[in-house]
Ligand binder design. Structure first.
Ligand code: ZN
Length: 82
């Protein structure tokens, strides 16, 4: 089972290299979509809503350390990283 998703007070951290911001995530999800088709039949997804989702694996983007990503508490008072 994969690591839980970060919550309001937690974040992911790579225990191997310390990366806090870049991860490769494999997720299985069930979605509802609004498909807008051109008259030719070519579809475009204009809206997508995730009904259920489950993380399958999370790996560090930088060192690809499998199984090294851990869930840690967010520091108090640090500005959000975008
Ligand atoms: Zn790493």
């Amino acid at each position: 089972m994969a690591i839980p998703a970060p919550g309001e007070t937690t974040r992911w951290r790579c225990a191997q290299c310390g990366n806090l911001t870049r991860f490769d995530v494999v997720r299985v999800s069930r979605t509802r979509e609004f498909w807008h088709q051109e008259l030719s039949g070519a579809p475009m997804v204009e809206e997508s809503q995730v009904l259920e989702g489950e993380l399958e694996s999370v790996a560090c983007r930088w060192c690809a350390g499998g199984g090294s990503v851990e869930l840690v508490d967010r520091p108090v008072g640090e500005p959000a990283d975008d």
